[in-house]
Design a protein around this ligand. Sequence first.
Ligand code: NAP
Length: 246
Amino acid sequence: MKDRVAIVTGAARGIGAATAQVLAQKGAKVAVTDIDVELLEQVVATIKQAGGEATAFLCDVSRPEQTDQLVNDVVATYGKVDILVNNAGICPRIPVDEMTEEMFDRMFNINLKPVFFLTRAAANVMKPYKWGRVVNISSTGGRIGAVHNSTVYSGTKGGMLAMTKSLARHYAPYNILINAIAPGAVDTRMFANVAAEARDEYVETVPLRRFAQPIEIAQSIVHLCSEETTWVTGATLDVNGGVVMV
Ligand code: NAP
C-alpha cells in the first residue's frame, strides 16, 4: 500500500484505530479522524513509533460541511485520497418504547449520512486516478435485524448495505470499488454497554465461541482496501465468527 492515502473515520479507538494501524503497517499514509483529539494523537503517535505515517484530523462525520473539509485537508496534506473506511458509528442501546426522534436522527446522521456525503467527496478525488477503495462498516444487525436494544441502529446498518451497492454501481466506471463489512460482536467500548449476562448468552450463539478482537476486523477491512481486491464491489463480507451465515 505504499503511496496510498487512506482516510479512516472513528479512528480514535476500537476497530478504526486498529484499521489505521494495519493500513500504516502496510505502507499507507493514514488520515485518522474522529471527534476526540487526544485519543487521535495517541493513535498517530503509536503509528509513528512503529515507523508509519499518519496525521490526525478532527471531523464530526454527521456534518457534510466537515466531511467535505476533511477531504480538502487530506488532499492538502497528502495530495490525494485512495482509500476511505467509513467506520465511525454509535450504538446506544435504547428499547423501542424509549426511542426519541432526536436519538433516531442522531444515529442516522452519524452512522449513515457520511456513507453518502463523505464517500461522494472522497470519490470525486479518486475519480481522475481511476482507482479507489471504500469500505463501509455495517453490522450483523444490518444483515438480520436488531439484537440487544439496537432496532434503529440495525436500520442504519441495513441502509449502509443498500447504499454500498448503489454507490458501487455508480462509481464502478471509475474503478472505485465499494464494499461493506458486517462484523459480529467485537471487544470494543461499543459492546461494553451490553450487560454481562447478555454478552455471555450472545457468545453461546457464536460458533467460534468468543468476541472478535478489533484487529480481526481490521485485517478484513484492509484486504478489501488492497491491490489484491480487484473484482469485488457492492459486496458484504461477513466477519462474525459464524454467528450469521447468509
Ligand atoms: P467504538 O470503539 O465506540 O469506536 C467508534 C468511534 O467512532 C469512537 O471513537 C467514536 O467517538 C467515533 N465517533 C462517534 N461519533 C462520531 C462522529 N460524529 N464523528 C466522528 N467519529 C465519531 O466502536 P467500534 O466497536 O470500534 O465500532 C466501529 C464500527 O464498527 C461502528 O460503525 C460500529 O457500528 C461497527 N460495529 C461494531 C461492532 C462491535 O461489536 N463493536 C459490531 C458490528 C459493527 P466517541 O468515542 O467520542 O463517541
